[in-house]
Design a protein around this ligand. Structure first.
Ligand code: AMP
Length: 172
């Protein structure tokens, strides 16, 4: 699956010194790579019973999550940074290296018993993904799995999602 890796742009020292940023915009702008990305996830997550919702994490989970939802015949729901969602919502705080962050979801985004796939561009420490799973589960949803374009396998992200199916297309 390493062929998709050639479409990723690595940007050193962004957004701050010492961070190597994995930029998916160079993958998304290529018609073949975009189709491959969505089709591979659709193949990995075609299920019986089917997935009801794809939950995309702000902001780069919004860039391919809706295409995947369309392909899986599922709905799409956004998982957002604090203060962005207009209606009644649920929140989950999680730890960062320094301080905390929060993700939010509309309270009616997922109904009890619905099967939810969570997607984002990159899994690093796994904190954002785990907090999103807690949001889905707090609404009574079932997390069917996680789909990441890129997995930073030198970080403990996958280990924090033990018990869930985790799929990634590109690993570093
Ligand atoms: P984490 O909660 O540590 O797994 O971080 C995941 C979130 O941070 C995702 O929404 C990613 O978009 C973003 N992220 C973390 N590290 C990187 C990186 N090196 N390059 C691009 N995005 C990253």
């Amino acid at each position: 699956m390493d062929d998709l890796k050639s479409y990723i742009r690595e940007v050193p020292d962004f957004p701050k010194p010492g961070i190597n940023f994995y930029d998916i915009t160079t993958l998304l702008k290529d018609p073949h790579a975009l189709r491959q990305t969505v089709d591979r996830f659709a193949w990995l997550f075609t299920r019986k019973p089917p997935i009801d919702k794809v939950a995309g994490i702000e902001s780069r989970g919004f860039m391919f999550g809706p295409s995947l939802a369309y392909s899986l015949n599922a709905g799409f729901v956004p998982v957002r940074k604090p203060g962005k969602l207009p209606a009644a919502k649920v929140s989950q705080t999680y730890e960062l290296e320094y301080g905390t962050d929060r993700v939010e979801m509309h309270a009616d985004a997922v109904s009890p018993g619905e099967r939810v796939l969570i997607v984002d561009d990159v899994i690093a420490t796994g904190g954002t993904a785990l907090a999103t799973a807690k949001l889905v589960e707090s609404l009574g949803g079932e997390v069917v799995g996680f789909g990441f374009i890129i997995e930073l396998a030198f970080l403990p992200g996958r280990g924090r999602l033990t018990g869930y199916e985790v799929e990634s297309l590109i690993r570093y």
